[in-house]
Ligand binder design. Structure first.
Ligand code: TRP
Length: 355
């Protein structure tokens, strides 16, 4: 499989602005790591590029799930994203299952994706390890994801390290399809988000803070936690037995480093300025108190906006329907191109329009 990052993405359809496609699964509780590592950057970037944000509920059913929870978490995540500042006037935020082109594109792409490519995916190997039976959907997950990206002719796909291999697979699939059928797809690039890309667990600062563990007490700050809960989690964060407040790669100091990193991303300050801010701090207790204050100040307005949005489900659903309409206006023509390319007998538009 080819995993080079050469840029020949001028091929394919013309898109005036750089397109960005981001997907996020509605599983677990959205937490500070998601916010600082992803959502905050997405919000800040809205003016520069044309953005599609997709709540990928179809990916969420590839493993065991509770339907009632999925509905709730899909709306919750959408509301959190709006509350964080995704602006429906500037960006397209939608729910994957509301746009049927994703499932259809997945089928077509399946038929051009060698099975071996999927069996090699490390996330599939991890998620299926030790399980007696896994769904076909779990194996096919990266093809659905490739469809998400390719339907929108996205140039850039911001992801964490763990998803880079899937974006590379989407490139391989796009290139293979283009080789067979001509320039249909933009070949996307993974963009690994630098800023705050790795917020670590508070209870275990050498492991990335994750939605999947957010139920474990003391692991994460959830975006929707109230100020008291945030304060409590941060005050309990694991640190070392020393007293030096500085950035460090020493695994021993990972806890302090993580707290400083959280503070740095929230304040937008340089590492030097952050350390200066804490020269007068009295020990780690003081450090934690100030980091907690910064986090509370950042998250409180988000929580308030979230509460307003989730109070009015009709309005939230309307916003999502508008997003899905716009998503369809982009993805449906691309899907049609795919269908014609592989030889599906769609009504011939040129002929019917001249009669
Ligand atoms: N697999 C991604 C994750 O778990 C979510 C995702 C689905 C995605 N489709 C996508 C991310 C398309 C980027 C682009 O994080």
């Amino acid at each position: 499989m080819q995993t080079t990052t050469t840029t020949e993405q001028t091929s394919g359809p013309n898109v005036a602005q750089r397109r960005v496609f981001s997907g996020v699964q509605p599983t677990g509780d959205p937490q500070l790591g998601n916010y600082l590592g992803a959502f905050k950057g997405w919000v800040d970037r809205q003016d520069e590029k044309e953005n599609f944000f997709c709540v990928v509920d179809m990916h969420a059913i590839t493993v065991d799930h509770d339907p009632a929870e999925l509905v709730r978490q899909t709306r919750e995540l959408a509301a959190v994203l709006f509350a964080c500042g995704i602006n429906p006037e500037k960006s397209t935020l939608f729910v994957q299952s509301q746009v049927s082109a994703h499932a259809e594109a997945c089928w077509i792409l399946n038929c051009f994706t060698p099975l071996g490519w999927l069996e090699r995916m490390t996330q599939f190997k991890d998620k299926s390890a030790g399980r007696g039976s896994v769904s076909t959907g779990l194996l096919d997950y990266p093809v659905l994801m490739a469809g998400d990206i390719l339907l929108y002719s996205a140039h850039e796909v911001p992801v964490g390290d763990d998803q880079k291999q899937h974006v590379e697979l989407a490139r391989d699939i796009a290139q293979r399809f283009n080789n067979i059928f001509g320039d249909i797809f933009v070949v996307p690039e993974p963009v690994i988000q630098e800023v705050g890309a790795r917020v670590m667990g508070l209870n275990d600062p050498v492991a990335k803070m994750s939605k999947s563990y957010s139920h474990i007490r003391g692991h994460a700050v959830r975006i929707l936690d109230d100020p008291k809960e945030i304060q409590r989690s941060i005050m309990r964060a694991v640190t070392d037995s020393g007293n030096e407040i500085r950035f460090s790669n020493d695994p021993e100091k990972a806890g302090v480093n993580n707290l400083l990193e959280i503070y740095r991303v929230i304040t937008g300050k340089s590492e030097g300025d952050v350390e200066t801010d804490f020269t007068d701090a009295r020990g780690y207790g003081d450090l934690k108190k100030r980091v907690a204050e910064a986090v509370i100040e950042e998250l409180a307005p988000i929580r308030n906006r979230y509460n307003e949005l989730i109070d009015d489900i009709t309005e939230l659903d309307r916003l999502l329907a508008v997003g899905a309409d716009h998503a369809r206006s982009i993805s449906e023509p691309k899907l049609e191109e795919m269908k014609r390319a592989v030889g599906f007998a769609l009504p011939d538009r040129t002929r019917s329009s001249t009669r």
